[in-house]
Design a protein around this ligand. Structure first.
Ligand code: SF4
Length: 336
């Protein structure tokens, strides 16, 4: 347990958590929506601080980030809990875990120094806060990130983007790259299916870009829920108005968790989303959960169309890095 920094005291022993856009007001002995932040005697405590449930070395492309240190490895860290309740969550075992207390107490404590040392020993160039929603353990992510910066490592936040102003202020100085889910352009979808709201997510995408942090956006397309032509145009249009060079990953849904009644997203829908992204002016649109035999996810030069990065699963072939071998155009992104 660790005292949460992103919180303020209110009257009668209540506290307001400032670690995400819910800004939960929490009475003594109670917890916020994410179930991993508790009011203990009038102070907010982060129950999952320092208790990762998953630590693994992943290709950075798995986050997915296709224009950030391409071909490198990220030490990926996940804890328990989430501020959303998406019925289609692909990591529901940790995000919507039933017995949070038992799960947390069963995990060894791992401090920031140990994680940074592990990242370096395993040859990672970055640490990714991922698997569950890292906002719910923001203090842990920020503490690790500060040590990572001192050790010459980069930091990546993989997140639903449901941020408070205080959270943005805390993470923007230490995070180098973000992958943000844009689940829909419908506030009703966010409220009904995810237990959140749309506007804070749109604001976060804009704020991250304006802060000159690298950002890529992911949309999981679910048949008949968020894959209509109008909605795909709206998502792509919004991203393009922030910047045409933000990569958009359109990903295929497979039935899972509490959404077993929908079919797998047809590959044709993903191909249509790619076309719509390009129609709306996005320069880089990629596919997720689709084999390269069905649809390619190469990086092509927006100026001349030549392949700059060839992808086969998580294996990449990028002989000229983020620069077009044909016309020498610089491809937006971050290289080592
Ligand atoms: S992180 Fe979000 S959901 Fe969790 S207690 Fe804080 S404001 Fe509530």
């Amino acid at each position: 347990m660790s005292t949460a920094m992103l919180a303020e005291s209110l009257s009668e022993g209540r506290v307001r958590c400032l670690s995400c856009a819910h800004e939960c007001i929490i009475g003594r002995g109670r917890r916020g929506v994410c179930r991993v932040r508790e009011n203990v005697d009038g102070a907010l405590v982060s129950l999952a601080y320092g208790r990762p449930v998953s630590v693994a070395l992943d290709p950075v492309e798995k986050k997915p980030l296709f224009h950030f240190l391409p071909g490198s490895k990220a030490l990926s860290v996940g804890t328990l809990g989430c501020n959303f309740t998406c019925t289609f969550c692909q990591n529901y075992e940790i995000s919507q875990c039933g017995d949070v207390d038992a799960a947390i107490s069963g995990q060894a404590h791992v401090n920031a120094t140990d994680l940074v040392r592990t990242a370096r020993e395993q040859g990672a160039l970055s640490i990714a806060y991922t698997y569950n929603e890292p906002s719910v353990t923001s203090e842990y992510a920020v503490d690790i990130a500060r040590e990572a910066v001192s050790a010459g490592l980069f930091n990546i936040f993989v997140s639903n983007g449901y941020y408070s102003t205080a959270l943005l202020d805390a993470i923007l100085p230490v995070m180098d790259a973000f992958n943000i889910d844009l689940k829909s352009m419908s506030d009703d979808f966010y409220r009904r299916v995810c237990g959140g709201r749309l506007q804070p997510v749109l604001h976060a995408i804009q704020a991250i870009h304006e802060a000159n942090r690298w950002i890529e956006v992911t949309s999981l397309l679910i048949p008949s829920l968020n894959d209509g032509e109008e909605e795909l145009h709206a998502m792509a249009h919004f991203i393009a108005t922030v910047s045409r060079s933000i990569p958009w990953h359109v990903s295929r849904f497979f039935p899972t968790y509490r959404m077993m009644d929908r079919p797998t997203t047809p590959v044709e829908t993903i191909a249509r989303a790619v076309a719509i992204g390009r129609e709306e002016g996005l320069e880089y649109v990629y596919v997720g959960n689709v084999s390269e035999r069905e649809l390619a996810s190469d990086t092509c030069c927006p100026s001349c169309g030549s392949i700059v990065i060839k992808r086969r699963g998580y294996h990449i072939d990028a002989p000229t890095g983020l620069r077009c071998p044909a016309c020498d155009r610089r491809i937006e992104g971050v290289e080592r």
